[in-house]
Design a protein around this ligand. Structure first.
Ligand code: PMP
Length: 290
């Protein structure tokens, strides 16, 4: 495997970042998870925009290199990958001193890829196994603490939530996504995913403000609006999701992943989840025909 580190392709074994790097020392970094289909990065401009916004939030607006798309393409080529997982990290780099960041930034830019076959077309994906969702006591870090629209290396919130799942796991119960509530008790999102559900024909999802604005969520909401489905964003309770007709999670790697159960209660997919998955598939298909 070859990765891209600071503008150079290096073998995975030689790909390293200094222990003095602020990404390692403080989690002082922005990142994106992307997917390539047929050799092309899916929803590239949305991911690039979010990365730029995150860097801006972190006070390093110019850290995203102009040739980032080329670096990703080179990394995919070097590994002969067409369908892949791509992760881009941009840290504030190595700086002397302690917590206070310097004004000049020499960022560390890393592109890591891995093979991620789609596992089939037309509605079949590797993520068609349904999710078992469990609510956790860990609350979503509020926007007032760390802006929720920034996708930073700080993932301890989600890690603590997933550790709760591990403690809830038994021989017959294997929860695989944690559902976090906001500090007011309303549903926010999964540890690495957004949640949508269907209630009486309306597609509902927690509003912006307590969630990472997921790119997949946005695409799915647009697809639903194009089909003239009623769509509502708002503040929802656990009872709302537990009594939903259908529910699914969205993220870049899972695409649309139906929710089988929430806290042991059956929800399952349904016609709207299936239709939206098909429409999402059609979007992905275009990457193979171009
Ligand atoms: N929320 C969180 C906390 C996440 O980590 C992710 C994954 N990036 C998402 C939502 C989904 O975002 P996207 O659809 O852009 O992958």
């Amino acid at each position: 495997m070859q990765y891209h580190v600071n503008g150079r392709l290096v073998s995975a074994e030689d790909a390293s970042v200094s222990v003095l790097d602020r990404g390692f020392r403080y989690g002082d970094a922005a990142f994106e998870t992307l997917r390539a289909y047929g050799g092309a990065v899916f929803a590239w401009s949305a991911h690039r925009d979010r990365l730029e916004r995150t860097c801006e939030t972190l006070g390093m607006a110019d850290a995203v290199p102009d040739d980032l798309a080329l670096r990703i393409a080179e990394t995919l080529d070097a590994n002969d990958l067409e369908d892949a997982y791509v992760r881009v990290s941009i840290t504030r780099g190595i700086q002397p001193g302690k917590l206070t960041p310097r004004t000049t930034v020499d960022p560390t830019v890393v592109v890591v890829v891995d093979s991620l076959p789609r596992g089939g077309r037309n509605g079949q994906s590797v993520w068609d196994d349904h999710a078992t969702v469990q609510t956790v006591t860990t609350r979503r870090i509020p926007d007032s603490a760390i802006p929720v629209s920034a996708k930073t290396h700080n993932y301890l919130n989600g890690i603590l939530a997933r550790l709760e799942l591990r403690r809830a796991t038994t021989e017959s119960y294997h929860p695989d996504e944690a559902l976090l509530r906001d500090t007011d008790g309303y549903i926010a999102e999964g540890a690495t995913s957004n949640l949508c559900f269907v209630d009486n024909g309306t597609l509902k999802t927690p509003q912006r403000g307590t969630i990472l604005p997921g790119i997949t969520r946005e695409i799915v909401l647009d697809l639903a609006a194009d089909e003239s489905f009623p769509v509502e964003t708002g503040r929802y309770t656990l009872d709302d999701i537990r009594s939903a007709d259908e529910a699914f999670l969205t993220n870049t790697t899972w695409e649309l992943r139906p929710v089988e159960t929430v806290d042991g209660l059956d929800i399952g997919g349904g016609p709207i989840t299936t239709l939206l998955s098909r429409l999402f598939d059609d979007l992905v298909e275009q990457y193979y025909s171009e």
